[in-house]
Every structure is written in C-alpha cells, then in structure tokens.
Design a protein around this ligand. Structure first.
Ligand code: HEC
Ligand code: HEC
Length: 133
C-alpha cells in the first residue's frame, strides 16, 4: 500500500517536470505582449493584404526597388486597383505609417532581432526632423 502511494506521487512529480516546458510556454504566450507596432491612424488598407505584408513585405519592397532603380517604373497598381508611387519613405512612411519607422518598423525588427539596412540611405522623416530640432 505504501509503495503504491510513493509510486503514484513519483509519477505525478515526473509528469509535472516532464510537461514543464509546455505549460510554461502557455503561460508565457498569454502574458507576452509581442512587438505591438503602432498601426496607421488614417489608412485602412495597405498596398497588399495584411497577411501578405506580414510575411512578405521585404519581398515587395525589394521588388519596388528593382522596378524603380533598374526599370525606371514608379507606379504600382495594388491588388484593389489603387495606385501608389513605389517609395519607401514617401509612400510607406509619410503617406501611411506616419507614426514613423521607430514606432512601426523597428518595434517588430527589434523584437525579432532582424537587422534592416535600408535606413543607412533612406530617410525616416520622423527621426530626421526630430534630431534636426
Ligand atoms: C546604399 C544606399 C541604399 C541602401 C542601403 C538602400 N537603398 Fe533603396 N535606394 C537607394 C537609392 C539611391 C535609390 C534611388 C532613389 C530614387 O531614384 O528615387 C533607392 C530606391 C529605392 C526604392 C524606390 C524609390 C523610393 O523612393 O523608395 C525602394 C522601394 C528601395 N530603395 C527600397 C530599399 C530597401 C527595402 C532597402 C533595405 C533592404 C534599401 N532600399 C536600401 C539607396 C539605398
Ligand atoms: C509585424 C512585424 C513587422 C513590421 C511592422 C515590419 N517588419 Fe520588416 N521584418 C519583420 C521580420 C520578422 C523580418 C525578418 C524576416 C526574416 O529574417 O526572415 C523583417 C524583415 C524586413 C526586411 C528584410 C531585411 C533583410 O535585409 O533581410 C525589410 C527590408 C523590412 N523588414 C522592411 C520593413 C519596413 C520598411 C517596415 C516599416 C515600414 C517593416 N519592415 C515593418 C517584421 C516586421
């Protein structure tokens, strides 16, 4: 009888420790705040569907660059027929994500530890204007 109690409590302890990573992750997922980028105040629709932008915005931006720099084309017709000037600063930041790169792009990139070299050359008006003042 006593053996059985010891075996059962031993088993229970084992299960508790063996499954620790799972429930620890579960509780972390609930409490983790995530990158929380500041969304545009006025625009309701991006140049492509949000799900596509989440996974593939880098491909789209590199495609824009290719078209502007190598093909001399600047107009982009979006999936919904809307037309945009293919420009990282003027369109993405000024026209839409006016909270600026720090509150939008960087929130995710810092969170994911992604290094994005575009700003060595491209201007982020928000931070440039701020530092110029
Ligand atoms: C070494 C400097 C440099 C770096 C780094 C750089 N670019 Fe550019 N990019 C340019 C120049 C110069 C142009 C041409 C500007 C024009 O003709 O309007 C350009 C044009 C573009 C354009 C089209 C025009 C516009 O106004 O946006 C896009 C889009 C673009 N780059 C995206 C990117 C992305 C995305 C990255 C990061 C992965 C990047 N660039 C990194 C220099 C750079
Ligand atoms: C919802 C989160 C999120 C937001 C918002 C976001 N990014 Fe990203 N971005 C990522 C992640 C994650 C990666 C890294 C993907 C990888 O390494 O596979 C990335 C990678 C990139 C890359 C590729 C860098 C490289 O050289 O490989 C570019 C370019 C880029 N982002 C541009 C931007 C710009 C510009 C903005 C703001 C207008 C922005 N992103 C906003 C999540 C985001």
């Amino acid at each position: 009888m006593r053996d059985r109690a010891i075996i059962w409590s031993g088993l229970a302890m084992f299960l508790l420790f063996a499954t620790f990573p799972f429930w620890h992750n579960l509780s972390a997922a609930v409490t983790s705040k995530g990158p929380n980028p500041v969304l545009p105040a006025n625009a309701r629709q991006c140049v492509a569907p949000v799900e596509y932008m989440k996974t593939s915005h880098m491909t789209l931006l590199l495609d824009w660059r290719e078209q502007v720099v190598r093909q001399g084309r600047r107009e982009f017709t979006a999936f919904n027929g809307q037309r945009y000037n293919m420009s990282l600063t003027s369109t993405c930041l000024e026209q839409c994500h006016s909270s600026g790169k720090a509150q939008f792009c960087d929130r995710c990139h810092d969170y994911a530890a992604a290094s994005v070299p575009c700003w060595d050359c491209h201007v982020d008006f928000k931070s440039t204007l701020r530092s110029a003042k």
